[in-house]
Design a protein around this ligand. Structure first.
Ligand code: ADP
Length: 504
């Protein structure tokens, strides 16, 4: 087993990984940028090494600096978390060349799944269903013919894509030239690679992914699904397991397909096979594989009872993953809400500032993975995820109720958060009925219904906060004046707190 691990990340995930290390008796090393010198992840670590300016390029994405920090601290492994360098095959290779262990899959597996076109070809070979489409297209007439054969609407995607960039829905043939042009421009700008593929656009699709887990001895299983259809700008905000859409038979079938997908690239460690699910036909297609730990891994942990980060570390150290597929089960229902510092009423734009109040809910079946506390600053340099709120209950209905109560108790002041917005989603009958598709938020925002609900709540809340703050200023101001003028050191006016007679 390792004796010291460097965590090449920040925020909630760095703290989550440190927790697993502590439970395994492993020392932890944090890395931090100028903007993070007072952040929680630095406080939680046994050691912390400064790696550069706030800009991610110069710190958390600086491979040489991070490897140097690992050597300097004599760490024997690096956990990349998610985002940043977690899916960078060159980094995984560099870590191995420096005689350190990369806690994740091999550089070859990352590379094989890193390209949408190439991974689709590999999946077809492995017998995993993929969205009908065409790759390796060159001329415009190639695209035109392929789109015609698939049938409109089609989706044009950047092969090297990620984060929804370089992706365009094309509703009819007339729009194809323009959309190809703009997808190409965006792809070259974002990835330095303008290769595109074209595939059938699945309307009313759901995003259902499977957690897979493999050790270094050829044993690979799936740990069931996560339904992640509540998305804005192609990014997830609420995830749950089990999916309300899957039958036992479909779950088994998709789980087996996920295992085939991972085995095809000799996958080890934790990974996620994403599928797009068409509820009208109950068909599913491989979308991509994320070769790392996912943000939403806690819902899997709560329902399977497995600590995924501990197992990542243990299998990276060479241990066997001891459970056979038939020994693995799901218990109850878990939901995760991502609490972001962002303004749903303003295009979900990030909201920055100092957290004046930050009170996390507590109670049985409630877990909060967070990287912030009152007084922490949310800057524009990094992802504005404040915390993940995860609940676990015996069934879906109870989990939704528990989440609604927990969101009510989550207090964030100082930045705008999406808490009220998520309440509006959870209270919607479409969510209760499992009818939320990946475009649902966008469509409901267009009709303004969600935003109005959210706005009304937010405005009500803002008025309340403003009134409370005004009260507080007046009280403090008054007590200051009285304090200064009162010669009696034991006078009750010396106490500037909220003491009131009869307030027991
Ligand atoms: P990226 O890597 O850029 O995130 P993905 O291929 O994972 O791109 O797709 C992101 C999201 O776009 C998916 O979660 C899904 O909501 C939607 N999507 C992708 N492909 C299709 C498709 N063929 N039809 C409908 N929606 C799709």
């Amino acid at each position: 087993m390792f004796s010291k691990i460097l965590i090449a990340n920040r925020g909630e995930i760095a703290i989550r990984i440190m927790r697993a290390c502590k439970e395994l008796g492993i020392k932890t090393v944090a890395v931090y940028s100028d903007a993070d010198k007072n952040s929680l992840h630095v406080e939680h670590a046994d050691e912390a090494i400064h790696i550069g300016p706030a800009s991610p390029k110069e710190s958390y994405l600086n491979m040489d600096k991070i490897i140097e920090a690992a050597k300097q601290s004599q760490a024997d492994a690096i956990h990349p978390g998610y985002g940043f360098l977690s899916e960078n095959a060159s980094f995984a290779g560099m870590v191995a060349s420096a005689k350190l262990t990369f806690i994740g899959p091999s550089a070859d597996s990352i590379r094989a799944m890193g390209d949408k076109a190439e991974s689709k070809i590999a999946m077809k070979k492995a017998g995993v269903p993929t969205v009908p489409g065409a790759e390796g297209l060159e001329s415009f007439s190639d695209f035109e013919q392929a789109a015609q054969a698939i049938g409109y609407p089609v989706l044009v995607k950047a092969s090297a894509g990620g984060g929804g960039k370089g992706m365009r829905i094309v509703w009819e043939a007339d729009d194809l030239p323009e959309e190809i042009e703009s997808a190409r421009r965006e792809a070259i700008h974002a990835f330095g690679d303008d290769r595109l593929l074209v595939e059938k656009y699945i309307p009313n699709a759901h995003h259902i992914e499977f957690q897979v887990f493999g050790d270094q001895h050829g044993h690979l299983v799936h740990l069931f699904e996560r339904e992640c259809s509540v998305q804005r700008r192609h990014q997830k905000i609420i995830e749950e397991t089990p999916s309300p859409l899957l039958t036992r038979q479909l779950r088994n079938e998709m789980g087996e397909a996920a295992v085939r997908a991972a085995k095809a690239v000799h996958y080890t460690n934790a990974g996620t096979v994403e599928f797009i699910f068409d509820p009208t036909l109950s068909t599913y297609y491989f979308l991509e594989m994320n070769t790392r730990l996912q943000v939403e891994h806690p819902v899997t942990e709560l329902t399977t009872g497995l600590d995924l980060v501990q197992w990542q570390i243990r299998v990276a150290a060479g241990e066997h993953f001891p459970y056979q597929q038939e020994q693995l089960t799901q218990r109850g229902h878990a939901i995760e809400c991502r609490v972001y510092a962002e303004d749903p009423a303003n295009g979900f734009l990030p909201s920055t500032g100092v957290l004046l109040q930050f009170i996390e809910p507590r109670g049985p079946g409630i877990r909060v993975d967070s990287g912030f506390t009152a007084g922490s600053e949310v800057t524009h340099f990094y992802d504005p995820l404040l915390a993940k709120l995860i609940v676990h209950a015996e069934n879906r209905e109870a989990a939704i109720q528990k989440m609604q109560a927990a969101l009510k108790d989550f207090i964030v002041h100082g930045v705008v958060s999406n808490i009220d917005f998520m309440q509006a989603v959870l209270a919607h009958t479409d969510f209760a009925d499992g009818k939320v598709t990946t475009r649902w938020v966008e469509q409901n925002l267009e009709s303004r219904s969600l935003l109005l609900e959210n706005r009304q709540q937010a405005v009500g809340l803002q008025n309340l906060i403003a009134a409370a703050l005004a009260d507080l200023t007046i009280v403090n101001h008054k007590s200051e004046i009285v304090n200064r003028n009162d010669p009696d050191p034991y006078s009750p006016w010396k106490n500037p707190g909220g003491f009131r007679m009869g307030n027991s």
